[in-house]
Design a protein around this ligand. Structure first.
Ligand SMILES: Cc1cc2nc3c(=O)[nH]c(=O)nc-3n(C[C@H](O)[C@H](O)[C@H](O)COP(=O)(O)O)c2cc1C
Ligand code: SF4
Ligand code: FES
Length: 534
């Protein structure tokens, strides 16, 4: 089948008006499915099926204000919608007018136009371009928005080498945390001798406060499959795995549906788009260990062994799953691939800063007014994220710091908020870009408590293989507890700093090596809070 046949087969009739209802993540927990059902009932009761269509869609961005509903064609967005408001919404959608006669509670003043609201105006959507637009369970929706066009194009017009070069030229770096150049990784796997190779998607997302990957998978799963298939063509792999955490049942469900649909339409399996490419994808479900997000532990888990990290080198690109060359990338990394092919490497390289190209998805959470899922161009300031997009702290409070990079990251004080969000600048401040958790803290937050919280997390998630991490995180946690309980002295502070240094430099894997970061950064910027507790 060629692309236009696929598009014709999956073409859908258009309705003049659409009501899009977020039915994933936070909105689902806030009764979003009942809102969607009530909207569908209202449409049926008023015989409006010809005029208006109700769609379940993925994340619309402002997750903290869910359930969210958006009405096309003018794009008004309604917050905290209840099932009781369904009739009123349907009437407004079809009339485009406002009636005072309605008995249901009014929805205003929470409705607004996304193109005028600061939460949206500073964002740039590449990875999230389809989120909230497509029904994640419908391949038709994805194909209607150029889905699988990039895969078709590379199979017809590019050699595998040209694909790898395009990704390298785009400047894309891994979005899983370390920021390793994606093109270089693909090139290493591609250059390994022919034979069985694997493509793996790391969807184990375990950082507290991070839900970017879950949202991408729940909202637009085909985009990740397409990125993986393009990667398979580039590196010469025939088998792919998505390692997704078991705590994400909806993401798993949407992935299973997407894989079945892609197989049915010849987009996965043998001879994809009638080309020589054979590529299948299977899911592997993680059992909740944070350390299984580390690539060597992840591979051990896929192979059915206990998920504990191993010494590198060899790197997975050379010797990965069952000793074969394996490409491992993060969900968001794969989600960038199709747009890069569609729009060109130079287009992507034109967004962002010198060494940090493109955009970054963040889950903006904590003590901020507009919490939700955002995608911003690299190089934007933290100030713009926290104050403009996030709307700043609640009335009467002030923002004190943001935490980026989860348990491996650090806390950045408000005085450094002019800093550009890119890999190098965040590292210079003692934090990291990480995978995209961005937690805002206000003047009521104890930074020592924040450090203690993350250390407890690392202590519990340490696999125990090496002593510095296994014993060091426990000792660090105990010392931090002495501070939070007001029982620490100056010798404890000295020991805290020495232990941080030791654990950082002698642990085997990234979990232990980065575990002291939240302590080190809070000591650097908020030392006074430690001293005040002694
Ligand atoms: C303790 C630990 C947990 C990790 N968890 C994840 C994760 O959940 N998702 C992820 O993509 N990468 C995670 N990583 C990074 C991976 O090991 C790996 O670098 C990444 O998947 C590579 O993909 P990328 O190049 O696209 O970023 C983790 C690393 C460590 C040390
Ligand atoms: S650093 Fe921690 S998590 Fe990593 S291997 Fe050592 S004990 Fe396990
Ligand atoms: S989950 Fe509904 S807006 Fe994000």
């Amino acid at each position: 089948m060629n692309l236009s046949n696929l598009q014709q087969t999956l073409a859908q009739p258009k309705t003049p008006c659409r009501i899009r209802c977020c039915t994933v993540g936070g909105c689902l927990s806030a009764n979003g499915l009942a809102v969607k059902t009530a909207l569908q009932t209202a449409v049926a009761d008023h015989h409006l099926a010809e005029q208006v269509k109700v769609k379940g869609v993925g994340c619309l961005g402002l997750c903290s204000k869910g359930p969210l509903v958006q009405i096309d064609p003018d794009g008004r967005l309604y917050e905290q919608v209840t099932p009781e408001q369904a009739t009123q919404l349907v009437q407004m959608a079809t009339d485009s007018s406002w009636s005072d006669d309605l008995s249901e509670p009014r929805i205003r003043p929470s409705d607004f136009q996304p193109d005028q609201h600061p939460f949206f105006t500073q964002q740039q959507h590449i990875v999230l371009e389809n989120s909230g637009k497509v029904d994640p369970e419908k391949i038709e929706d994805y194909v209607a928005l150029q889905g699988y066009a990039a895969l078709y194009r590379v199979l017809r017009e590019y050699s595998p080498d040209e694909v790898t070069k395009a990704i390298a030229q785009s400047g894309l770096r891994g979005r899983g945390g370390a920021g390793y150049p994606t093109g270089l990784k693909w090139e290493t796997v591609a250059k390994m001798p022919p034979g069985q190779k694997y493509v793996v998607c790391n969807a184990d997302e375990g950082d507290p406060g991070a839900y970017m990957d879950r949202s991408v998978l729940e909202s637009d799963p085909h985009r990740v499959l397409e990125g993986m298939a393009i990667a398979a063509y580039a590196v010469g792999a025939t088998q792919g795995y998505i390692y997704v955490r078991g705590e994400y049942p909806l993401a798993i469900n949407h992935l299973q549906t997407a894989i079945q649909q892609a197989r049915k339409h010849g987009l996965l399996g043998s001879q994809i788009f009638d080309s020589p490419l054979d590529f299948r994808i299977d899911l592997r479900i993680g059992a909740g260990a944070f350390v299984c997000g580390e690539e060597t532990a992840l591979m051990a888990s896929i192979e059915g062994r206990r998920g504990i990290p191993e010494q590198r080198p060899p790197y997975p690109a050379e010797s990965g799953l069952w000793g074969r060359p394996t490409l491992i990338n993060n969900v968001e990394t794969y989600a960038n691939i199709a747009p890069i092919i569609r729009n060109g490497a130079d287009w992507f390289a034109g967004i962002g800063t010198g060494k940090s190209k493109g955009t970054k998805v963040f889950s903006l959470t904590g003590k901020v007014q507009n919490a939700g899922l955002i995608e911003v161009p690299m190089g934007i300031s933290l100030q713009a994220i926290v104050d403009d997009i996030g709307g700043g702290a609640a009335a009467g409070r002030s923002v004190k710091a943001v935490q980026t990079g989860g348990p491996s990251g650090g806390c950045i004080p408000a005085s450094a908020f002019e800093t550009s969000v890119d890999y190098e600048s965040l590292k210079q401040l003692g934090s990291i870009m990480g995978s995209g958790g961005l937690i805002v803290m206000d003047d009521q937050t104890s930074m020592v408590d924040v450090a203690r919280y993350f250390m407890e997390f690392c202590m519990e998630e340490s696999c125990g293989k090496c002593i510095p991490c296994r014993a060091g995180t426990v000792q660090l946690y105990q010392l931090l507890c002495k501070f939070t309980q007001g029982q620490a002295n100056s010798a404890d502070l000295t020991q805290l700093e020495q232990l941080c240094d030791m654990v950082k430099h002698t642990s085997l894997c990234g979990l232990g090596q980065a575990a002291p970061n939240p302590v080190i950064s809070t000591l650097q910027y908020f030392r006074g809070e430690y001293l005040a507790l002694m």
